[in-house]
Design a protein around this ligand. Sequence first.
Ligand code: SF4
Length: 216
Amino acid sequence: MTSHQLSAPLSERIEIIVDKLKQTHPNATYELDWENPLQLLIGTILAAQCTDERVNRVTKSLFPKYPTAAAYAAAELSELEQDLKPTGFYRKKAQTVQNVCQVLLERFDGEVPQTMAQLVELPGVARKTANVVLNCAFSIPSGVIVDTHVARVSQRMGLSGQKNPDKIEQDLMKLVPQSEWVFFGPAMVLHGRYTCTASNPQCSQCVLIDVCEQKL
Ligand code: SF4
C-alpha cells in the first residue's frame, strides 16, 4: 500500500479501482443464468436470500415451464410455490412473481419495461433488482447495482459511509462515471463474492489493497 494512493482524492482512487476491476473482471456480469429480460427479472427476484447457484438450478426447469409473463400469471399459486421451494421464502417469492407478471400483462403487454420509474412500480421490485435488469439485460446505465456484496465492499473501501443500499448507490453514482455503471456493479459483486468476502477477506491477494481505506 502506498500512502500516496490512499491520500489521493476519491475521484482519483475511483479511476484506479475501475481500472483494476477491469483487469481482474474484464467481462463482469451477473452470475444468474438468463436468456431474456423476463428471465433475468424473475431470477433476480428469486435470488433474494438465496445463492445464484441454487437459483440457476431452479430456473433451469422453471424458465421452460413458464416461458412468458402470462404463464406465471396463469399458474396455480400452489404449484408455483412448489417450483420455487428450493430458493427459500417460496410463498412470498411465488406471490411476488405472480403479482409482477400480472402487472407486466396489464400495463406492459407482458414485456419487461426499460425505465427505472416503471420497474420500481412493479410490486416487490426495488432499485437493486431494477438496476440488474436495466444494466445487464438492456445495457442501460440506470444506476449502480448495490447488493450485499457491493454494500460491504463500498463501506470497507471508504466509498460510502452509508448503510442504506439506496444511499450507498447515491454515493457511488456521484463517484463513478455513468459510462462505467453497467460494468462497475457486477464487477464489485464479483470482487465481494470472491475476494472481499464477508468473513476472512483476501486482503493479501486483493488488487485494490493500495486504494482500500479500511483494509482489514
Ligand atoms: S484490501 Fe481487503 S478490505 Fe479492502 S477491498 Fe481488498 S479484500 Fe476488501
